[in-house]
Design a protein. Structure first.
Length: 364
């Protein structure tokens, strides 16, 4: 397959709107890289520049070591799967999958072999004579993926391919695309706004915001060691709790004080927070890193009132309202408190993160 390198890639639209700002990404051969971020963060624009569907304002794009800034899309040896499937409605599934090879004058026998092999791989062999209007959303997406597979490109590009599917089918197709990557050993670049898709599918995740890369890393790295408040809040569901606190020294100990609670930090965190004594920092704790007590107390806990309970089967999300903020926790489904109950949240301080108020970077 191929490597892909983006070096200081920038996209500026008319009027000076900067959609992508100096993006640098090195994608290794056979990697599955996911670009993730909220709507308008520049992830699809970045993908379209790789595909050649958007001009690059500045920077250099290399595919398999070759500079391709001015190479037409058809000559980049890539295949793209779109959000809306982009199938020809008047063609059968077979002809949709074969079309790209036909216009490239491939031999009829080779076209037939590639189409049928891809159809078998995607379990759509019985659909080859149907037209797109006779297919479900999931079947149409398989055809779109099959059309890419028959090309045998150096790089596969996916632009939010599952966003039009229902929740159950999204999970199924997510697994199928991951399995496909393992079988094809292909280089794949995948765009999504869904952090669950990113965490479950990617070898490497690129988190973007306002056209800028916030962090690049593996799923567990981004989850456990976020570089900043944005990544910490975007990766993980429900998102990390953020509470503004003041760092206080009490004898040889260091505490973070929110006003309604005061929590002692451990030795490693003490070293990090000592320069912040008397200043505000953002205290972050994930919902799964808390333990609930049925009764409020005055110890080193976050006390509040249950406002919302969301049973999800294997776990329950509980929203706690303090006098200053709201905190979300994940608890065992057998321990479901009722709304308006007074309760205490005991955070696992070893899992806590602290962020600089001004820069929003993690303190480390």
């Amino acid at each position: 397959m191929a490597t892909v390198q983006l070096k200081n890639i920038t996209k500026v639209y008319d009027g000076g709107v900067k959609a992508v700002d100096s993006v640098n990404i090195d994608i290794e051969d056979r990697q599955f890289v996911v670009l993730v971020g909220p709507s308008g963060c520049g992830k699809s624009t970045t993908l379209r520049m790789v595909a050649g569907l958007e001009d690059i304002t500045s920077g250099e794009l290399y595919i398999d070591g070759k500079l391709v800034n001015d190479v037409p899309p058809k000559d980049r040896d890539i295949a793209m799967v779109f959000q809306n499937y982009a199938l020809y409605p008047h063609m059968t599934v077979y002809d949709n999958m074969a079309f790209g090879l036909k216009i490239r004058k491939f031999p009829k026998e080779e076209i037939d072999q590639r189409v049928r092999e891809a159809a078998k791989m995607l379990e759509i062999e019985e659909l080859l004579d149907r037209k797109p209007k006779a297919l479900s959303g999931g079947q149409r997406q398989r055809v779109a993926v099959g059309r890419a597979i028959v090309r045998q490109p150096k790089v596969f590009l996916f632009d939010e391919p599952l966003s039009n599917l229902d929740a159950k089918l999204r999970v199924q197709m997510r697994a199928e695309i991951s399995s496909l990557h393992n079988r094809l050993k292909a280089t794949m670049i995948y765009v999504t706004h869904d952090q669950v898709e990113a965490l479950t599918m990617a070898d490497v995740i690129v988190v973007m915001k306002f056209g800028v890369i916030m962090q690049i890393g593996g799923p567990l790295e981004l989850y456990n060691e976020p570089a900043n408040k944005f990544v910490a809040g975007f990766i993980g569901s429900p998102p990390m709790n953020f509470l503004e606190t003041v760092v206080e020294a009490d004898g040889s100990d260091i505490y973070v004080n929110e006003g309604t609670f005061r929590l002692k930090v451990n030795a490693a965190q003490k070293k990090l927070l000592t320069p912040y004594v008397g200043k505000s920092v953002t205290f972050g704790i994930r919902p799964e890193d808390v333990v609930f007590s049925n009764t409020a107390n005055d110890g080193e806990t976050i006390d509040g009132t249950v406002s919302v309970v969301e049973p999800l089967g294997s776990e329950t999300h509980v929203y706690i309202a303090t006098s200053k903020s709201q905190v979300i926790g994940k608890i065992d489904p057998t321990l479901v408190p009722t709304p308006d109950t007074k309760i205490s949240l005991i955070p696992d301080m070893a899992k806590a993160k602290f962020f600089d108020i001004d820069t929003e970077h993690v303190i480390k």
